[in-house]
Design a protein around this ligand. Structure first.
Ligand code: SAM
Length: 236
């Protein structure tokens, strides 16, 4: 499968997430053996010192937004351009601790319908890889953060360990599309996941792009053998 062009990526991504919505959370947890909860816990922890409001983009079914309000009661604006994902997440908020503090917004992460210098913290989990223009996305993140605000970005990356890397690649390209396809009914969505991880920027490139957007003290921390990486920076 070849990756969608920049021009067609938005429509492709929107369609794929709409199609996997009802199975998204289950698949995440199954395919990561529940480790995704730990990754989001660490991401939300970076924002523990931030007051209201916090912006979580590419929020999907709200797993990271929920973790942020669970750790500390604050207002979280949860933005995604896939209405079905947000709606599904909101319906399942139920009795979740501080769930009422989450405000869903259907909008584009590359053109945020939000004013400048509004948020004390910003987060995005497994979203930047799906943007059609990461530079635009990072500029928008920077624009809406208040001076002193913190950005926490969680994204898949490629393990560098020479023993583990080929094992992981085999899982990503051979096992994940089959399992993900069987459970979600959309094999192409999981082929896209594998291809988009392979074709994405390196950790150093992402840090440089964050610096170019204006972020300071940019750093990254590989997690779980480098399967994912947690990036952080702040607006001076
Ligand atoms: C892999 S899901 C991540 C959901 C959630 N953050 C999590 O931790 O599981 C990626 C989400 O990004 C959203 N997305 C992709 N491009 C977007 C854009 N340009 N603007 C807003 N949302 C976008 C998709 O609709 C999808 O819900």
């Amino acid at each position: 499968m070849s990756l969608p062009s920049k021009a067609s990526k938005k429509a492709f991504v929107q369609e794929k997430f709409t199609s996997v919505t009802p199975r998204y959370d289950l698949l995440n947890t199954m395919l990561s053996l529940y480790i995704d909860h730990y990754w989001r816990f660490l991401t939300a922890s970076l924002l523990r010192g931030c007051d209201s409001p916090i912006l979580d983009i590419c929020a999907g079914t709200l797993p990271l937004s929920r973790e942020i309000v669970r750790q500390k009661k604050r207002t979280v604006v949860a933005l995604d351009f896939c209405f079905d994902m947000l709606e599904y997440g909101m319906k399942r908020l139920g009795q979740h601790k501080n769930g009422h503090c989450i405000l869903p917004v259907c909008g584009d992460g590359e053109a945020l319908p939000l004013p400048d210098e509004t948020f004390s913290g910003f987060s995005v989990a497994f979203g930047i890889r799906n943007l059609s223009n990461l530079t635009k996305g990072l500029d928008e993140m920077y624009r809406v953060l208040k001076p002193g605000g913190i950005a926490a970005i969680l994204e898949f990356s490629r393990p560098s360990n020479p023993v583990f890397a080929p094992v992981y690649r085999f899982y990503l390209h051979r096992i994940l599309p089959v399992l993900g396809g069987m459970i979600s009914g959309d094999k192409e969505a999981y082929r896209y996941l594998a291809e988009s991880i392979d074709g994405f920027y390196s950790q150093e490139e992402i840090c440089n792009m964050m610096r170019e957007a204006g972020f300071k003290d940019v750093s990254y921390r590989p997690l779980t053998m480098g399967i994912v990486t947690l990036y952080s920076g702040h607006r001076p």
